[in-house]
Design a protein around this ligand. Structure first.
Ligand SMILES: [Mg+2]
Length: 120
């Protein structure tokens, strides 16, 4: 099964997404900061990173850019998973380099299918 690295500074968000994907059979890794996500992505080369946007110290945008600028992790797609849903956000985030846009709160009945689509 594909490996997905979920990044979120909110532990409840992190565990909910992880539980849903683990139940669907994914290999799930978790990171609670941008810095940690870079370390884990370098170690495990996941098939996909699901990245929160608003995190202290290093934002999801900064972490995505660091992953893309890192030789080891530059080919890993990074999807943004965010509650930010202002008009124009999706387009702006995709233009900034995220491979896909998923909205929080996640819908547990659809989330695994949405993630599967991103890995195909
Ligand atoms: Mg956050």
């Amino acid at each position: 099964m594909p490996t997905v690295l979920i990044v979120d500074d909110n532990l409840l968000n992190l565990e909910l997404a992880a539980d849903v994907l683990e139940l669907a059979g994914f290999d799930v890794m978790m990171a609670s900061s941008g810095r940690e996500s870079i370390e884990k992505a370098e170690q495990a080369i996941p098939d996909l990173v699901l990245m929160d946007l608003r995190m202290p110290e290093m934002s999801g945008l900064e972490a995505m850019q660091a992953l893309h600028n890192n030789q080891i992790t530059s080919n890993i797609p990074v999807a943004v998973l965010t509650a930010s849903a202002m008009k124009g956000d999706e387009e702006r985030l995709l233009q900034s380099g995220f491979s896909a846009y998923l909205q929080k709160p996640i819908d547990p009945s659809r989330f695994a299918d949405q993630v599967t689509e991103l890995i195909k």
